[in-house]
Design a protein around this ligand. Structure first.
Ligand code: GDP
Ligand code: IMO
Ligand code: MG
Length: 420
């Protein structure tokens, strides 16, 4: 059996957590391939809302195996909080969650450097979630990092001290007050908890599972426009959020990929700094934020809102080889008289359908307008029952991208999902 990949096509928060949870009953394995606690994946069922950061969104289905892949960066403090919360809900993750030995550890000093570096950037800051993501991936590519597998080494403490000292030297260059003691105890408690989990060679495990014919879903974090190579650099995260990242982040070959599911909101949001061509700074933007409850799942920051960016969506389809699209939050548009999408850009006055090298500067959206449907769709469960205006909007997106929209989500709950 091959691996299916589900990933974000925008700037994250497209509803990946909800959809992975909904799809999990059709899979044996859910595997996270990149990112870390910068992610906040929300799931809703039985009237409860859950937010996962590093744990794959299949965890609530006890018969699915969940894998944290080598491409993920793991903060023991956040991990422990997540596991403790699950325990309160009666979920013992030790039974169906395994962790790659090659996943990198976020140290307390990684978080401190993230904060110090952002503070030093002032107005130019990335708007990082301050979870230590950038500094941890820097140590990974700089070949200084610590991996989960190191925790069973007799050299573990020495390695920790060595790297922490190195970081403290770096911190001397910043005018930034911190206390390591505030962080360290919780970190070592988290390490003890990680020891209770099965630590695996996820590349062998993945390939064995593929050979055994298991159905596997690779769960992405963030979104294509936050990809380190293809996103709106430098306002991006530090990992490959695109489809190829699934191979690197789990250890299987590109030929093993089957379906590539690209998820997008019926409009668009961004949290943190950076350009956003179809951003709305008017009443419509405020309305989208209010109707969509657009506040970050990880940081609580308000998300910037705007119309759907088709130029970026087509780019995401190309980069990822998306062969199925999933539209979420269509219900958020229920009360709008008219809906727009950016079909093209004007770059220095010239109309284009290409996503340019940079979307900073003189880049403006060219909108196509659609009639709103003005009905509550949150209770609809079949595609045919959806209002014609919404179906027209979806058909246009399908035509332009050349990819079918297979799922339409009409509310945050598991049940509020329409399959075609
Ligand atoms: P993720 O990071 O991609 O998993 O997305 P987040 O969980 O950060 O943000 C998506 C938010 O939208 C969450 O609060 C979800 O509960 C919510 N959500 C997901 N799908 C829908 C939908 O179809 N309609 C509405 N109204 N909310 C949704
Ligand atoms: P999920 O998986 C939305 C954004 C941050 C910031 C930039 C870099 O929930 O979709 P980082 O902490 O990675 O150094 O921040 O990326 N960002 C996200 N935005 N959803 C996410 O994850 C994000 N993870 C990071 O706001 O602009
Ligand atoms: Mg999120």
């Amino acid at each position: 059996m091959k691996v299916d990949v589900l990933l974000g096509t925008q700037w994250g928060d497209e509803g990946k957590g909800k959809i992975v949870d909904v799809l999990t009953p059709s899979y044996d394995v859910i595997a996270r391939f990149q990112g870390g606690p910068n992610a906040g994946h929300s799931l809703e069922f039985n009237g409860m809302r859950h937010v996962l950061h590093t744990i794959p969104s299949g965890i609530f289905h006890s018969d699915s195996l969940n894998i944290i892949g080598n491409g993920v960066v793991l903060d023991p403090v956040v991990f422990k909080k997540e596991i403790d919360k699950l325990k309160e809900l009666g979920v013992d993750a030790r039974k169906n969650l395994v962790i790659s030995k090659k996943a990198h550890l976020i140290l307390p000093t990684h978080r401190i450097i993230d904060a110090a570096s952002e503070a030093a950037k002032g107005k130019e800051k990335i708007g990082s979630t301050l979870k230590g993501i950038g500094p941890t991936y820097m140590d990974k590519t700089g070949r200084n990092g610590m991996r989960v597998g190191d925790i069973i080494s007799p050299e573990f403490l020495n390695k920790y001290k060595y790297l922490t000292e190195k970081h403290e030297n770096i911190l001397k260059h910043y005018d930034y007050d911190y206390s390591l003691l505030d962080f360290e105890q919780g970190w070592f408690e988290g390490i003890e908890l990680i020891r209770e989990f099965k630590l695996v060679d996820s590349e062998y495990l993945m390939n064995d599972l593929i050979s055994e014919g298991k159905k596997i879903l690779a769960e992405g974090a963030q979104g294509t426009l936050l990809d380190i190579d293809f996103g709106t650099y430098p306002f991006v995260t530090s990992s490959n959020t695109v489809c190829a990242g699934a191979c690197n982040g789990l250890g299987f070959a590109p030929g093993k990929i089957a379906r590539v599911m690209g998820i997008f909101k019926a409009y668009c949001t961004r949290v943190g700094s950076g350009p956003f061509t179809s951003e709305l700074l008017d009443e419509d933007g405020i309305k989208l934020q209010k109707m969509g409850h657009e506040f970050g799942s990880t940081t609580g920051r308000p998300r910037r809102c705007g119309w759907l960016d088709l130029v970026a969506l087509k780019y995401a389809v190309m980069i990822n080889g998306i062969n199925e699209l999933i539209m979420t939050k269509a219900d958020v548009l229920d009360s709008f008289d008219s809906i727009k999408l950016a079909s093209h850009y004007l770059v220095n006055g010239e109309k284009t359908a290409f996503f340019p090298y940079s979307i900073e500067g003189d880049v403006k959206p060219v909108y196509k307008e659609f009639k709103g449907w003005k009905v509550d769709i949150t209770g609809i469960r079949t595609y045919n029952e959806l209002p014609e205006e919404l179906k027209n909007y979806i058909s246009f997106i399908e035509q332009e991208t050349g990819v079918p929209v297979k799922i339409v989500s009409v509310g945050p709950d598991r049940e509020q999902t329409i399959f075609r």
